[in-house]
Design a protein around this ligand. Sequence first.
Ligand code: C2E
Ligand code: CA
Ligand code: CA
Ligand code: CA
Length: 278
Amino acid sequence: AKARGRNGYRFYAPEMSGEGVARLHLETYLRRSIEKDEIFLHYQPQVEIDTGRLTGVEALVRWNHPELGLVPPFRFIPLAEDTGFINQLGQWVLHEACRQMVRWQEAGLEVPKIAVNLSVRQFERGTIVGMVGEILRETGLAPHRLQLEVTESVIMNTGDALAFINDLHAIGVSLAIDDFGTGYSSLAYLKQMPVQTLKIDRSFIKDISTDANDEAIVIAIIQLGKSMNLSVIAEGVETEQQAAFLARHGCNLAQGYYYSRPVTPDDILQRWQQRDDN
Ligand code: C2E
Ligand code: CA
Ligand code: CA
Ligand code: CA
């Protein structure tokens, strides 16, 4: 429908545009994606820079639609958040990730930790703590093996975030602040919260060797983490130079294409099981 703007018919409801139609299709497909077995997880290793040791993996959701092909998360996560489907999706992801940890264990690979992304909508519901506890019980994964990743905006924009985070901490789950440095973060908040890990956003790592500002930001985050007794991990590490810079400045944890892209459970098993035997 047309909305009457100041200068005539300028505004159209999004469903009238081509993009709106595409979005509607995507939304319909997405709603069915879980039951149709189109959703799966890839896992990206997190490593200790100086030893190359595996310290954990991050679970990253993938959607393979028979006609659309592989739809990237930046196209369907925001849509899932808008429609509320993220709650179902998030629950599926968490369950699958925890189950995969147990499968690796059974296959002889002890992955120290799994990181799972949570969206702000999952906090709004107020059922997050119960859901996490239930999934841990059901899968048998030890709570300390699970780390939940939330962005700064989740913490700042959710009224009860602090209470939920305290409850999650109480059941033994750890918390990481994702994309740290990009959002509106209050250091006072950080101090109040039982957070274990800061994850330096990829955008700061990218130009580390050419951009003095980015270097300064990265160093500052590492120092901040240290002074607050938090572990700091850098995401989006693509080169040896970036890894060396981080290690030199006291950040010994990294995740990125330099070490591995997100891969299948089998790939994780094959690459890291052998290392375990060494
Ligand atoms: P994120 O949580 O910041 O995840 C890291 C993203 O960076 C992933 O993109 C990963 O593939 C990519 N990445 C990792 N290393 C490198 C690197 O060295 N270079 C570059 N250029 N990229 C790298 P992906 O898998 O496309 O996910 C994008 C975003 O979608 C995630 O960003 C996260 O915000 C969201 N997402 C993914 N899975 C989930 C999920 O299960 N639940 C929720 N709520 N969000 C998810
Ligand atoms: Ca993440
Ligand atoms: Ca991130
Ligand atoms: Ca990011």
